[in-house]
Design a protein around this ligand. Structure first.
Ligand code: AMP
Ligand code: ZN
Length: 114
């Protein structure tokens, strides 16, 4: 499958990996929008949040409940705070069609987002 994030998950193309386990990999965004900008993805190819199945809930819960808080601690965002974003579909601003969770931190965020 011609999916850039699947290739990163299989280490077929390089990425700066911040975390990895059997189901999940996290790597630094190539075009960071904050001092810390990490993408956390399920290794399984899921196109978007809208394409998840109930069984995908396990890996998504793992990402939200374990991986992101751990990364936030590791990169000193736990106290200052951070933002977690899942762009979904065209109007959601999703450009890579493999579900990914943005972890952004290290600066003050604005609301509403653009
Ligand atoms: P989204 O717009 O939510 O689909 O986010 C896709 C993100 O993937 C963007 O922030 C891109 O900068 C990032 N990106 C695209 N290709 C790569 C890559 N090869 N390695 C790391 N980040 C990437
Ligand atoms: Zn994929």
């Amino acid at each position: 499958m011609d999916c850039i994030f699947c290739k990163i998950a299989k280490q077929e193309i390089p990425a700066k990996v911040a975390y990895e386990d059997d189901s999940t990999i996290a790597f630094f965004d190539l075009s960071p929008q904050a001092p810390v900008h990490i993408l956390v993805i399920p290794k399984k190819h899921i196109m978007s949040l809208q394409d998840t199945e109930v069984a995908d809930g396990n890996v998504l819960a793992h990402i939200m409940v374990e991986v992101i808080p751990q990364l936030a601690k590791k990169f000193n965002l736990a106290d200052s705070g951070y933002r977690v974003v899942i762009n979904t579909g065209d109007e959601g601003g999703q450009t890579v069609k493999h579900l990914h969770v943005h972890l952004l931190g290290g600066r003050s965020m604005q609301w509403p987002p653009g």
